[in-house]
Structures are given as C-alpha cells and as structure tokens.
Design a protein around this ligand. Sequence first.
Ligand SMILES: *[C@@H]1O[C@H](CO)[C@@H](O)[C@H](O)[C@H]1NC(C)=O
Ligand SMILES: *[C@@H]1O[C@H](CO)[C@@H](O)[C@H](O)[C@H]1NC(C)=O
Length: 243
Amino acid sequence: MAVVGIIPFFTFALGTWQMKRLKWKIDLIDELDEKLQLPPLKFPSKINLSVIPEFVFRKVLLKGRWDHAHTMIFSPRVREGVHGVHVITPLVRENGSTILVDRGFVSKENLELLAQNQPEGEVEVLGMIRTSQPRNRFTPDNEPEKGIWYWTDVDAMAQYAGGDEADVQPVYVEQIFEGHAGEAATLLDKGAPIGRAPTVDLRNSHLSYVITWYSLSALTAVMFGRVLMRRKRSPGKKMPRFG
Ligand SMILES: *[C@@H]1O[C@H](CO)[C@@H](O)[C@H](O)[C@H]1NC(C)=O
Ligand SMILES: *[C@@H]1O[C@H](CO)[C@@H](O)[C@H](O)[C@H]1NC(C)=O
C-alpha cells in the first residue's frame, strides 16, 4: 500500500525535474538563437580549433574555391518529404586553410545533375558553424573509401579531404539558404544544393515528458484515492490486489 502511495509523489517529482530541464533547454535555444542573429564572422587564415565550441551557431562568411574532387555525399537525407542526399565539399579558402562546407540538399532524382553544378572559381558562402553531430545507435559506420557517409564526423571528413598535409582543418560549416520556396524549387530541379534555413534546430522533447509524468502522477493519485475510499467504506474486505 505504501509503495502504491509513493507513485504519485515519485512521478510528480519526475515531472518537476523535466520542467527544470525544459526551462534549461528553452534558455539554451534562446542563447543560440541570439548568437545566430549576430553579424557574420570572418575566420582567420588559421583557425584556433579550441575556440570553435564557443562559436557554434554563429554565422560566418567564407571566400574560396570548391575542391569538388573531395566532395562527400551523405545519405539518406530528407527535405520537406523529398528523399535525397547532402553534399559536403571542402572549401579552399583564399589565403587560408581548407574547411568543410555542407552545401545542402540534392534530391535523389536529380543527383546525376550534381556534376553540372560544380562551380569553378571563387565563391562567397554564408554559413553557420556547426560541429560533429552525435550519431544514434542505429547509424551505420561511415565508409569513406567507398564514398558512403551517414553522419557528420568532422575529423574523419577533414582527413578524407587531405588532412593536415593539405592544410585542411576539421571545421564544419552549414551553408545558409534564405531564398523563397520558388527559388528552392528551381535549385531542386537543377540538382543544385539547397542550403539550410538559419534556425536553431535542437530537439526539445521535455515538454512531452513533463505532460507524461504529471498526467501519470494525477492518474495514480486518483487511483490511490479510490482505493483508500473503498477501504474506508468496507473495512472488513480485503484490499484489492495490484498487478
Ligand atoms: C587558442 O585559443 C585558446 C583559448 O582562447 C588559447 O589558450 C590558445 O593559446 C590559442 N592557441 C593559439 C595557437 O593561438
Ligand atoms: C589574399 O592575399 C592576396 C595577396 O597577398 C591579397 O591581395 C588578398 O586581398 C588576400 N585576400 C584576403 C581575403 O585576405
């Protein structure tokens, strides 16, 4: 009986804990969103890797030439219900180290057109700074030697693009696309990569946990109350069994 009586309090405590986590997550997203609103940075010619974590989600303006020979294709990726891939190409910066740029989405259908979308010469790229993405337990291993990539492993990607000897730094930028839907459709038809929207896309599932734990708490409290009432009304009867 005592154990059953504890459940409503226990689940309530879990709900309150998730509430704290929710507030923490909202604050974090706000903070990153503010970073994203700041004017774009310019990287120095050699980037100090130890300060990169501070600058995640900052916009950055890059100038350089694409190294198409080391393009990496990440699949499967989905954009607005369309199946396709992401195209990551090293950018050889003018007077600076080479870094990795996720140029964005190309549909599976138009992937063979990608070869026609390999701009030569100098390009200017607006992007946002990111880091390796945590893989989940279902993500397969990357197979660089076969050109098969599933998840963003910045160190391995920099190595693939030539590593230290080729002055490639493990820095990862996602190209930003701020055009309207019509422009996106044109790019999609041409098989040209579409960058990402400049938004903070962190998962925030704490609200659903808050609701779940508080609902469970209320439900078990009502059940426990009923059991107590029934016991009061018929003190001679045996307690109902749980489970
Ligand atoms: C990189 O940044 C860290 C932290 O600001 C600093 O301690 C370190 O000296 C820097 N390294 C170089 C090579 O500038
Ligand atoms: C790169 O170096 C060249 C020659 O030294 C210079 O003219 C040019 O302005 C530099 N570019 C940048 C982005 O610093």
